[in-house]
Ligand binder design. Structure first.
Ligand SMILES: Cc1cc2nc3c(=O)[nH]c(=O)nc-3n(C[C@H](O)[C@H](O)[C@H](O)COP(=O)(O)OP(=O)(O)OC[C@H]3O[C@@H](n4cnc5c(N)ncnc54)[C@H](O)[C@@H]3O)c2cc1C
Length: 391
């Protein structure tokens, strides 16, 4: 079908990503889910293909492709059969290292961005804390200056890639009196002395590793500061937009995949002597879900176009995060119903998809927070200004 956004070269790229996933990822998903981690060498393999540096400049080993290549990559990794793998990869590329690309020094780009693009180092993003999730300005992990170093104390929780990641883009308070205006981003090697990492046990996303990390007098050189000191909160707020768009792209792609698999099952399963695909109650459920997925996809693609044009589309990204995450829960719930008792069995993909979908309305900003942002923008006329100049 014709597309406003995708050209022939994009389709070729999609085919190559799909082939890669079929060869290097899908056959191993069951093992990774059981072991509750993905092996680090899959990052290297993706790095060799250029998949981890799609929108980064060639100077640092990136591909410098347009944003639609990232859209395709995200859509394809969202269909591998488990939510943990796409989460680990997207946090690495679109969340943790994006800050270094946007505001980091050349030193940080050479030391961390380049090896992350190559898949040699795995990155995590540390914002959430036991006492500060939705309210980022309440974070308490402190970085105090001593000589040429920051000394970091505190703890982070729910950190994706936290147990086996190599470094973390860490949000810390450098001026506690100033709350939001006193937060900075610092890159910290996760093998530094004073760091303790504890793996968390989750309902889903089993193949992604999620950790609580504590920092006890961790010494980090000044040169690891990203951008301007005390500007971290604004970097985080702006980067949330890409994170939420990425979450929406993957939620729509996985919803479509779940729907397609469910339709396939309806053609195979019989009840009362007929294929269940013939029952109008189920057909109408599928028609409704397909319509909602298509509507969501068009909002996502429009916002991807805004992103590609360099806009910071706060309202649209918040709407996408809200709508696509809630839609994903609805799609997987209704599709599981169509699988009957088999949908409740771990042997069926839909069972894992149900568990994996649930966190979508929580991680990366809850649905309640999305509603807060949207209502402030459309009722109180609050606007958000970009902070990364010229990028
Ligand atoms: C699997 C997983 C992976 C994650 N990965 C990362 C990661 O890599 N890095 C990272 O930094 N974080 C990560 N997170 C953290 C995630 O972003 C937070 O869980 C999320 O922001 C919510 O924070 P919280 O859990 O502290 O909930 P809270 O902030 O305690 O919220 C509790 C409830 O109160 C509601 N609430 C809070 N404030 C308001 C308000 N103003 N109005 C209305 N309702 C409100 C919330 O919507 C929620 O329902 C991850 C979380 C999970 C579960």
């Amino acid at each position: 079908m014709k597309s406003l956004y995708f050209k022939e070269e994009h389709t070729l790229f999609r085919n190559s990503v799909r082939q890669f996933m079929e060869k290097e990822v899908i056959p191993y998903i069951e093992v990774w889910e059981t072991e509750r981690k993905i092996p680090k060498d899959i990052f290297k393999k993706m790095g060799e293909q250029g998949y981890l540096g799609l929108n980064f400049p060639e100077t640092y080993g990136g591909v410098n492709a347009d944003f639609w290549y990232s859209v395709i990559f995200l859509e394809e990794i969202a269909k591998v059969g488990a939510g943990g793998f796409p989460t680990a990869v997207s946090v690495h590329q679109f969340m943790a290292i994006n800050h270094i690309f946007k505001a980091g020094s050349d030193f940080l780009k050479e030391k961390y961005l380049r090896p992350a693009i190559q898949g040699e180092k795995v990155a995590a993003l540390g914002v959430s804390e036991p006492g500060a999730g939705s309210d980022v300005s309440a974070l308490r992990t402190k970085a105090v200056k001593e000589g040429d170093f920051y000394i970091i104390n505190g703890s982070k929780t729910f950190i994706t890639n936290g147990t086996y990641g190599d470094f973390i883009t860490l949000a810390v308070s450098t001026n506690p009196e100033n709350k939001a205006g006193g937060i900075s981003l610092i890159v910290v090697d996760l093998n530094s002395e004073g760091i303790t990492r504890t793996k968390l046990n989750k309902m889903g996303w089993h193949s992604s590793d999620t950790a609580e990390i504590s920092f006890d007098n961790v010494k980090v050189p000044f040169e690891n500061l990203i951008g301007v000191e005390n500007f971290g909160f604004y970097y985080i707020m702006e980067s949330f937009q890409l994170e939420r768009l990425v979450a929406g792209i993957m939620a729509v792609a996985s919803s479509q995949w779940i729907l397609d698999e469910t339709i396939q099952y309806m053609h195979e399963r019989e009840a009362f002597g007929r294929k269940i695909a013939k029952y109008q109650a189920l057909r109408h459920t599928i028609a409704d879900l397909a319509t909602e997925i298509e509507a969501a996809r068009q909002l996502v693609y429009h916002t991807c176009w805004l992103q590609a044009e360099g806009e910071v589309a706060v309202k649209q990204c918040s709407m996408i995060k809200l709508y696509c995450a809630e839609l994903s829960n609805k799609v997987v719930d209704k599709c599981l119903q169509i699988f009957g008792g088999y949908g409740y069995m771990e042997d069926y993909f839909i069972c894992r998809a149900y568990r994996d979908s649930r966190v979508g309305t929580i991680a990366g900003g809850t649905s309640e927070i999305m509603r807060e942002i949207i209502s402030k923008m459309i009722i109180d006329d609050i606007d958000y200004k970009p902070v990364y100049k010229g990028k």
